[in-house]
Ligand binder design. Structure first.
Ligand SMILES: Cc1ncc(COP(=O)(O)O)c(C=O)c1O
Length: 399
């Protein structure tokens, strides 16, 4: 045993961060790389939010605040949940942290004992499994099928629940598949969860406002209100308001859990940045027209990229109903040979081949379902066009 803890060993760099880092390294070597790996809007934070942050700093909001959010921020979050989601809550149900990621981390840190199981539909955002591991829990992947829109079926949920199951992670719209659950689909899952009262649920609504083709958004605690006493609804300003760098996420849940989460944060980072909290108040209380127009832009990019990806022999994907990712099946590339003579055996071989052809993307294994890769279309049309051309050219080199 070396100097580093077993815990440090369990903390890994995510597939998307690895792909983005590799792209930066190759660029530093002078290579031309198109990177569609990072999960963040390419737009800037709206002006009125930046101005609010600037004013807050001059007004002296540069000090420590309450650990899990200022009263102003909690009030804005309560108002947001009531206005947009019909979710009734009070300030004591709210926790704010440095990003949705910290909020999720706090929740799992506060609740998992070694060996507790966390059910994660596959594919899902890598962090759920990584944080679970880190907290000495056991991630249990529940594979979904493209034919089901990558959504968890109630029968699969029923089969997976054991006496050790502590949490079920739900994320709609989903990173990386874009899957969106309707209120009816949530109620079908709730019928299973009603029979298992010891299972708690995280409803990760981070991509709530990136929803296409006029769909309406549903959140679990409202679709199935009987589950609200054991649901943590997670959201944040990162994706909705292009504020990934500000690090501000929040959640609504039962008071006892919220208090325990604050204790976790109190022993790590304390309060989220005071300036970011002031900015988030302006974002949440402010106009939503820019959010809607950016969503329309994402939809146009989706409609641009999906047919081009499907035109590549051996690749296939459906139009995602939400979020800004396409989860592309590369099953048709398995067994094919690269010009260097390497036979593709898994999706990591595919993303290595794509990187050699100038496109940085994360492979599906990290998201729990293979053989796939994830394409983020939170990038300019020019970048997307170039990426599609390079993917087509990479495919043509296979035999
Ligand atoms: C599904 C999902 N949830 C939560 C987050 C966390 O976002 P942040 O920590 O920036 O608020 C992300 C970020 O990629 C995500 O994809």
């Amino acid at each position: 045993m070396g100097f580093l803890s077993a815990r440090a060993d369990r903390a890994r760099l995510s597939a998307s961060a690895r792909a983005a880092q590799r792209a930066r390294e190759l660029r530093a070597e002078g290579k031309n790389i198109v990177e569609l790996a990072q999960g963040e809007p390419d737009f800037n934070t709206p002006d009125h939010v930046i101005e609010a942050a600037y004013k807050a700093m001059y007004a002296g909001q540069t000090h420590y605040t309450q650990v899990d959010g200022t009263p102003e921020l909690k009030a804005a979050i309560v108002a947001k949940f009531r206005r947009e989601n019909d979710l009734d809550c009070r300030p004591e149900n709210i926790s704010a942290g440095a990003g949705g990621k910290q909020v999720l981390y706090n929740a799992l840190m506060a609740t998992l004992n070694p060996g507790d199981e966390v059910l994660i539909p596959a594919p899902s955002w890598v962090a759920y499994a990584d944080i679970t591991h880190f907290c000495e829990g056991v991630p249990v992947w529940l594979p979904t099928r493209a034919e089901d829109g990558f959504k968890l079926r109630p029968e699969a949920l029923e089969r997976a629940i054991t006496p050790r199951t502590k949490w079920l992670m739900l994320n709609s719209p989903s990173n990386p598949s874009g899957a969106v659950y309707s209120a009816e689909e949530y109620r079908a899952l709730a019928a299973v969860l009603d029979r298992h009262p010891s299972v708690w649920i995280i409803s990760d609504d981070m991509y709530e406002h990136v929803l296409f083709d006029g769909r309406t958004f549903a959140t679990l605690a409202v679709a199935a209100p009987q589950l609200a006493p054991r649901t943590l609804t997670v959201n944040g300003v990162s994706k909705t308001f292009a504020m990934t760098g500000w690090r501000l996420g929040y959640a609504c849940g039962p008071v006892e859990l919220i208090r325990a989460m604050a204790r976790m944060q109190g022993q790590s980072s304390l309060n989220p940045s005071s300036v970011s909290q002031a900015a988030a108040v302006a974002a949440l209380n402010g106009p939503m027209d820019i959010v809607r127009s950016r969503c329309a832009e994402f939809q146009a990019r989706r409609d641009f990229i999906v047919p081009r990806l499907n035109a590549v022999p051996g690749l296939s994907c459906d139009k995602p109903p939400g979020a800004f990712y396409v989860y592309v099946s590369c099953a048709g590339w398995m067994g094919k040979k690269t010009p260097q003579g390497n036979v593709m055996q898994e999706d990591a071989d595919v993303t290595v081949h794509l990187l050699e052809n100038g496109i940085a993307l994360p492979n599906g294994a990290g998201y729990g379902l293979s053989p796939y890769f994830r394409v983020s279309f939170a990038s300019s049309l020019a970048n997307l066009d170039e990426a599609c051309k390079r993917i087509m050219a990479a495919g043509e080199k296979l035999s």
